[in-house]
Design a protein around this ligand. Structure first.
Ligand SMILES: Nc1ncnc2c1ncn2[C@@H]1O[C@H](COP(=O)(O)OP(=O)(O)O)[C@@H](O)[C@H]1O
Ligand SMILES: [Mg+2]
Length: 256
């Protein structure tokens, strides 16, 4: 595989997407005829109760899971399986313990055949972007959870995907680190101009980061909902409009 330069529009279209699993001999419909258009460079948050299919949708978008029906188009072209125009970030960054921060971030480029010096130069750029320049020679065991997740983000960005898929990336972090990392994600998204599709169970995180929020239903038969977050950036959690938006989302969610 070579290191491909993408046109990087990063539009994602989901058409009639259905996915079910067999569970104890029964069919469990997780996604049903889902339609979705994500604009290039948009930040979309996916929320919904546990078990509603957020991870399944993200894995289908990443090409790690095959849908039963329907298709995924990237910039108008149907895609099958994984591709370098999409990168996925999980809750745990799964770094290689025997490689340094630089080694981990450069790894995805060297396995694609980029010469080591070019791979390292590009990796350093993304390590700087996530604020870890001083830790380039550190090993994963020497990093805090937040720092390890920054390495994971740098590693995903270094292959220059147009689309970044994140599955509860801040879910394992403590409350303070999580707030800092939300600011960092907002900045990185703005600077990199990638399409960001972020799964979270944190409504405030969704409002802080997203242009639109997709709410997946839990009860069978109800429709997924899309909510526009028209708040100026950078966003301030204490602003009345922000607080009102959180109240509205919580009400939509059936919380008070
Ligand atoms: N590989 C699988 N085999 C069987 N059932 C699965 C599989 N993956 C997910 N599920 C089921 O699909 C539903 C949605 O799972 P998931 O997408 O992980 O939900 P979420 O991320 O929203 O919590 C759950 O009921 C889960 O048990
Ligand atoms: Mg999940």
């Amino acid at each position: 595989m070579s290191v491909v330069e993408h046109s990087r529009r990063g539009e994602v279209t989901v058409r009639d997407l259905s996915k079910s699993f067999a569970l104890n001999g029964q069919r469990l419909d997780v996604l049903r005829d889902l339609q979705l258009e994500v604009r290039g460079g948009e930040a979309l948050a996916i929320v919904g109760p546990s078990g509603c299919g957020k991870t399944t949708l993200l894995r289908v978008l990443a090409g790690l899971e095959q849908p039963d029906r329907g298709e995924i188009l990237i910039d108008g072209h149907p895609v099958q399986g994984v591709g370098t125009e999409r990168a996925i970030i999980f809750q745990e960054p799964r770094l290689l313990p025997w490689l340094t921060v630089l080694g981990n971030v450069a790894f995805g480029l060297t396995v694609r055949g980029l010469p080591a010096d070019r791979a390292e130069a590009r990796a350093r750029h993304y390590i700087r972007l996530v604020g870890l320049a001083a830790f380039e020679k550190a090993y994963p065991r020497q990093l805090s959870g937040g720092m390890a997740q920054r390495v994971g983000i740098a590693r995903a960005l270094t292959v220059q995907p147009g689309i970044l898929l994140l599955d509860e990336p801040l879910g394992a972090l403590d409350a303070m680190t999580k707030l800092t990392m939300q600011e960092e994600l907002a900045r990185i998204w703005r600077e990199e101009k990638v399409t960001m599709i972020l799964v979270t169970h944190d409504l405030e995180e969704a409002i802080f980061l997203a242009d639109r929020v997709l709410m997946l239903p839990n009860e069978r038969g109800s429709q997924p909902r899309l909510i526009d977050i028209r708040l100026p950036r950078p966003r301030d959690r204490s602003e009345p409009d922000f607080v009102a938006m959180r109240r509205r989302l919580m009400a939509e969610f059936g919380l008070h």
